[in-house]
Design a protein around this ligand. Structure first.
Ligand SMILES: Cc1cc2nc3c(=O)[nH]c(=O)nc-3n(C[C@H](O)[C@H](O)[C@H](O)COP(=O)(O)OP(=O)(O)OC[C@H]3O[C@@H](n4cnc5c(N)ncnc54)[C@H](O)[C@@H]3O)c2cc1C
Length: 450
């Protein structure tokens, strides 16, 4: 539907029952701010800043009447904001957080840093990602791999219910008892099915975390092999990430390092678990100590729309068996491309406890998440080089058992077949047909209605 032209002057009339939010159109003072997303500036037809469930219903009525595709904006960290045209429903004002024992209700437009700060006042935590400004919406609906993934599973694994607005305007309370298929799809199937106006999570006790950073030698392979072996039988409280990034990438400090987070404040236990890593020649302890969970979430500045980040040639994969050959290939990829990144994040533990069929998320048997890519910098990368890097990456991707869509910046619709096993995709497509048969929610890793 994205190509259908619309007359935005009729917005105010059509939204006569628009309750508390705001319509922002080209020419309005807020237009540039309203169409910003983390990695750029979009060109939607119109943005509706919703402040209530009724606003969301009115926005959907308008989108359907005008045959507009809908982009649901949670934290704005995906690249779906870059797809031109359509109606953006910005949920960022719907960001309330209420705590009732360990049940935490979070507005559909909240960001994880705010959640972590609020929960820290209750000595609670929810497994999220590693970055404060990322949205609860997009991260949870896609899965959500973070510092607590081995202790408590994915963000989606803690989702016990949701309030959604469907494209038909119904407001539903979704639980395993009321709408089991829909809740299954919300746990990893992305923003395909409805606007989630509230997420309900079961939180965990968290008095603090032990955070450690280790330096690694120029050849990181012995350290990575030791890390893999160590994590094979590490306590689930421990989650680790290897990262190696060039200076131009603001996502992490430049160079190679291993970050470790222990879910809990038991420094001695964390030291015991990490001892095999420190025994590797050249591995150095840079930081080690108890911190609060909100403090270990990173902050990554939004890209300057005048100087956006270059394209990314590479991808990610959920790896069941991190063999020596896989480690060698990942290290070779990074070292062959000066302007490239390589990340390895540990899985297993609570992530692996969840039966495969219980959520739409792929590859529960994966023990590591691997991501690597080179920046597509004009003058540095020509067509031949681009093709060679793509081939190098594809040789690594096949070592895995599925792609994690949230870390895929491509908006190419073919990616869904790399993300989901055929039976999962078929089940998602049936659920999509039930809730969004005209595919109004298509600004996502899109599941076509069956
Ligand atoms: C700097 C950075 C750090 C990251 N770190 C991590 C990490 O540690 N772990 C991890 O797993 N991922 C991480 N990601 C990836 C992140 O999970 C995805 O980019 C995710 O889509 C962002 O969600 P968002 O709500 O911020 O984005 P948005 O662009 O707002 O939304 C992303 C998608 O979700 C849909 N959506 C959002 N909110 C709702 C809602 N309430 N109801 C229905 N649909 C909705 C949107 O329509 C869109 O399709 C990171 C990304 C960046 C840029």
């Amino acid at each position: 539907m994205s190509g259908v032209p619309v007359t935005v002057t009729r917005v105010t009339d059509l939204l006569s029952d628009f309750a508390t939010g705001k319509v922002v159109r080209p020419g309005d003072a807020e237009w540039d701010a309203a169409r910003r997303f983390h990695s750029g500036i979009g060109v939607p037809t119109v943005v509706i800043r919703a402040a209530s469930v009724d606003d969301v219903r009115a926005a959907l009525r308008y989108a359907v009447a005008e045959r507009l595709d809908v982009m649901i904006r949670g934290g704005g960290h995906s690249d779906w904001g870059a797809v031109p045209g359509g109606l953006t429903i910005d949920l960022s004002a719907m960001n309330g957080i209420t705590v009732d024992g360990t049940l935490v209700r979070i507005g559909g437009g909240a960001v994880w840093g705010d959640v972590a700060r609020e929960l820290a006042t209750h000595d609670l935590g929810i497994s999220s990602g590693d970055t404060a400004s990322v949205g609860v919406g997009g991260l949870t609906l896609g899965g959500g791999i973070g510092w607590m993934v081995r202790a408590w599973g994915l963000a989606a694994d803690q989702l016990v219910g949701a309030q959604v607005v469907t494209v038909r305007g119904e407001v539903l309370e979704v639980t395993d008892a009321s709408h089991p298929d829909l809740l299954w799809a919300l746990r990893g199937g992305g923003g395909n099915f409805a606007v989630v106006t509230r997420f309900d999570f079961r939180a965990h006790a968290l008095p603090g975390v032990v955070a450690a950073t280790f330096g690694v030698p120029d050849d990181p392979r012995p350290a990575l092999r030791a890390l893999r072996d160590m994590m094979g039988d590490a306590p689930r409280e421990l989650t680790v990430t290897f990262m190696d990034v060039p200076p131009m990438d603001p996502s992490a400090p430049p160079g190679a390092a291993i970050e470790a987070i222990w879910a809990g404040a038991d420094e001695a236990a964390a030291r015991v678990a990490l001892a095999p890593l420190l025994a590797v020649a050249g591995v150095t302890e840079v930081e080690f100590g108890v911190r609060s969970y909100p403090d270990v979430l990173l902050e990554m500045p939004a890209a300057d729309p005048e100087a956006p980040m270059p394209g990314f040639i590479g991808g990610n994969t959920l790896v069941p068996d991190l063999s020596d050959a896989a480690i060698d290939a990942l290290v070779r990829f990074r070292q062959a491309n000066e302007m490239s990144v390589m990340f390895l994040r540990s899985l297993g533990g609570a992530y692996a406890d969840v039966p495969q069929e219980q959520t739409a998320f792929p590859a529960r048997h994966a023990t590591w998440f691997a991501m690597a890519g080179a920046f597509d910098i004009p003058g540095l990368v020509d067509d031949a080089r681009r093709a060679a890097i793509t081939a190098d990456w594809e040789a690594i991707e096949v070592l895995g058992a599925g792609v994690y869509g949230n870390f895929t910046t491509s908006t190419d619709p073919s990616w869904v077949s790399r993300m989901y096993a055929p039976d999962t995709l078929a089940r998602l497509a049936v659920i999509k047909r039930a809730w969004d048969p005209a595919n109004v929610f298509c600004r996502n890793h899109n599941v076509a209605p069956a």
